[in-house]
Design a protein around this ligand. Structure first.
Ligand SMILES: COc1ccc(CNS(=O)(=O)c2ccc(S(N)(=O)=O)s2)cc1
Ligand SMILES: [Zn+2]
Length: 261
């Protein structure tokens, strides 16, 4: 398969050539219009059981920077909300822009944020492996958290301080003991809708849970994201990793539901 990316030739508008599902009926991200979201009182709060959470490593796959977790048991799960059972945390990663306040994938009435954090969970109660879950209609649940430009976020420091170890595509480093609970905003009020992975293979397997309240990130911290490269160490070019976001996709009649707490 042709390598995909976010450039002019290999970017989101070209992905459908290798991944026809890109033009499917439940693609992500979307523009969320709060007034049109259906307020569903039956939507329970989401519960994050992240207490025994332990990160393993941090790596640069040339598209984003990813922190991976041990998902061999149910120690780190989310449940409740739109989910029928517990989903295990597999990894989290980010999408961000260049200068300014664009860079998020989901938008709210057209408003973009400087970055968006995705906490990727899979339905281990129903699927044997992550790969199988990623291809199933109810296989994944991703919590999206907006990062708004503002004061620096103390919880993010540990992550941005580790970026020098994974500057190049394909680099990986130990990153143990990080608990993403410290990246959560005060409120877990959310929007939820059925969607897809926002990068190839674009599987339509994601129940999206988008938190309404953003966390803040400073310009200095965003600068650390933009020192990451999409190029490998052995390559001559040094291309910065930035603007790694897919634009909003057609809603195609989907309902976005809003939680009350
Ligand atoms: C079976 O082969 C596979 C299965 C799954 C993947 C994608 N990898 S992944 O699931 O971590 C994600 C990609 C994009 C994500 S986003 N931005 O929507 O949160 S999550 C690759 C190969
Ligand atoms: Zn993502």
């Amino acid at each position: 398969r042709d390598p995909w990316g976010y450039g002019n030739e290999d970017g989101p508008d070209a992905w459908h050539k290798d991944y026809p599902i890109a033009q499917g009926n439940r693609q992500s991200p979307i523009d969320i219009i709060p007034e049109e979201a259906v307020h569903d009182a039956s939507l329970s709060p989401i519960f994050l059981s992240y207490d025994y959470c332990n990160s393993i490593n941090i790596y640069n796959n040339g598209h984003s920077v990813i922190v991976e977790f041990d998902d061999t048991d149910d120690r780190t799960v989310i449940r409740g909300g739109p989910l029928d059972n517990a989903y295990r945390l597999k990894q989290f990663h980010f999408h961000w822009g260049g200068k300014g306040n664009h860079g998020s994938e989901h938008t709210v009435r057209g408003k973009t944020y400087a970055s968006e954090l995705h906490l990727v969970h899979w339905n281990a109660a129903k699927y044997k492996t992550f790969g199988e879950a990623a291809a199933g209609p109810d296989g994944l649940a991703v919590i999206a958290i907006f990062l708004e430009k503002g004061d620096e976020h103390r919880g993010l420091h540990k992550i941005t301080d580790a970026f020098y170890m994974v500057k190049f595509k394909g680099s990986v480093a130990d990153f143990k003991g990080f608990n993403p609970k410290i990246l959560l905003p005060n409120s877990l009020v959310y929007w939820t809708y059925p969607g897809s992975l926002t990068t190839p293979p674009l599987h339509e397997s994601v129940t999206w849970i988008v938190l309404k309240e953003p966390i803040t990130v400073s310009e200095k911290q965003m600068g650390r994201f933009r020192m990451l490269l999409i190029s490998g160490e052995e390559e001559d070019d040094r291309t910065r990793m930035e603007n790694n976001f897919r634009p909003p996709q057609p809603l195609k009649g989907r309902k976005v539901r809003a939680s009350s707490n």
